[in-house]
Design a protein. Structure first.
Length: 140
C-alpha cells in the first residue's frame, strides 16, 4: 500500500473528526481518559444569526476555550463576560480543575486578566511584534 500526504486549506469537519476519533481511541488505550468533548455557546439575534459566542473542549480535566468572539456592535455590553462565565460554570459542572484560553497582546489580554486568568505562558516572535499568551484560571 502507498500512502500520500495532501494539504487542505479548509478541511471538512468530517475529515477533522477522523483525527479526533483516532486520538480518542489512543487516549482510552493509554490512560483510560475521558474522551475530548466539545461545547459551544452562541448569541443569536432575532433572525437566528450568530452575533457572538465561545467554543472549546473538555481536555483531561481542563476546560479549553478555543474561541471567543462578539460582534463589534455588541462589545462593551457584557456579552463576552457572560459567555466566559457560562464556560466557567460548565467547567466546574464538568469537574474540571482549571480552564485555559489564549490571546495575543493586541486582542483581549486585559479582559481575561479581569476575569481572573493568569499568564501561564508567553511566546514572542510573531508577525509585527505580536505576543501570544496562554492564560489559566483555577476552578473550584
Amino acid at each position: 500500500m502507498t500512502y500520500t500526504i495532501s494539504y487542505t486549506s479548509d478541511p471538512k469537519h468530517e475529515d477533522i473528526q477522523v483525527l479526533y476519533d483516532g486520538l480518542k481511541t489512543h487516549m482510552i488505550e493509554k490512560r483510560d481518559l475521558k474522551p475530548i468533548s466539545f461545547f459551544g455557546y452562541f448569541i443569536k439575534d432575532d433572525n437566528g444569526n450568530i452575533v457572538g459566542g465561545c467554543n472549546g473542549c473538555f481536555l483531561y480535566g481542563c476546560l479549553v476555550v478555543d474561541t471567543l468572539w462578539v460582534a463589534e456592535s455588541l462589545r462593551g455590553q457584557g456579552y463576552g463576560t457572560k459567555l466566559m462565565h457560562e464556560a466557567e460554570r460548565l467547567g466546574v459542572d464538568g469537574e474540571c480543575r482549571f480552564m485555559t484560553v489564549n490571546t495575543m497582546d493586541w486582542e483581549a489580554l486585559d479582559f481575561y486578566k479581569k476575569l481572573g486568568f493568569n499568564i501561564e505562558f508567553e511566546r514572542k516572535g510573531f508577525d509585527k511584534g505580536s505576543v501570544f499568551y496562554l492564560l489559566r484560571k483555577e476552578l473550584k
